[in-house]
Design a binder for this molecule. Sequence first.
Ligand code: NAD
Length: 363
Amino acid sequence: MIVGILKEIKTEENRVSMTPAGVEVMTAKGHQVLVESLAGVGSGFSNEAYQAAGAEIVATAAEVYARSEMVMHVKEPQPSEYELIRPGQIVFTYFHFAACEELTRAMLKTGAIAIAYETIVDADNTLPLLTPMSEVAGRMAAQQAAKYSERAQGGRGILLGGVPGVPPANVLVIGGGVVGTHAAQMACGLGAKVYLLDTSLNRLRHLSEVMPKNCFPMMSSPATIRDLVQQADVVIGAVLVHGAKAPKLVTREMLKTMKKGAVLVDIAIDQGGCFETSRPTTHTTPTYEVDGILHYCVANMPGAVPLTSTVALTNATLPYAAAIAAEDWREVVRKHAGIRAGVNVACGKVTYQGVAEAFGLEY
Ligand code: NAD
């Protein structure tokens, strides 16, 4: 199959959908890989590195779309690309269709096959192409919390781990899923005292077994949150209620009881945020203050570390790209239930229930 790797054109997006190492694997399987010129620069990969791996460098996105049977992106196609997508062409990327009716209707019109990273499932019903970005965001949250706890950044002026003779910081992580666990692990690694809350008792049992000694998994409740925020130097919001907006777990009232200069990191901001006072921020201006409490609410945290994020993402996507390229897409989805779950739009029809329901479209 001819596979096209496009340059990301969405603002602040420096990732790329395949590394040179991925190109080498695809070409060894007999596929031809076209890479749009400079697609990898934001992630540290030159045109020459792709050529050395067996790719052909192509000057424009239009040519990649015109020649490829499957194109890959990281973010959803932008309006300038809609006209370039061909009927029957496979587009494999993050789409998040339910959040954008215009994109859904545009993809329907193209007649292409839209396979969305975010709805592919694996054998244990988890989302293998979302997990790596949750891991990045969780780990980064602890780093950002440490940075913004410094006085010059507007924080209280504390070191998360303390030093001998000085106690460590109290870090409260709300949500013990992928994001929360990685945030807690990093904060523990820095030496902080970490409270990790979740509503699932089974999850808490597991966390109690696997987390380090300076992590205290606890049942989440409004009362526990109200108590723990008062002692916290850092609060990290990492909850997810599937198919719903994030619940507001830290209220404006609670901010008044917190230490001045404490840092709130709301990773759930892409689902509306789990603190009442959260609003989305960008990497250019990541923080703002409410009642003396610093808020960090960047919606695309992995975008700040494209070298790590690109490799983490492509480690996960490559086996799926190889499976999709191996034979006719109809045969692929017949054999692989996980990839079938990723097909959101195909040949002018919505093929994913959630997307159809979001916009009242035929399914
Ligand atoms: P996940 O499903 O693995 O974990 C969510 C956890 O929250 C679950 O264990 C659930 O039991 C728990 N939870 C639900 N309600 C709770 C409550 N009231 N109190 C405590 N825990 C509660 O999800 P995830 O992959 O960890 O993602 C978490 C959030 O991070 C999502 O909103 C996701 O979209 C977001 N995210 C943001 C970025 C970013 O750049 N900002 C990047 C990746 C993920």
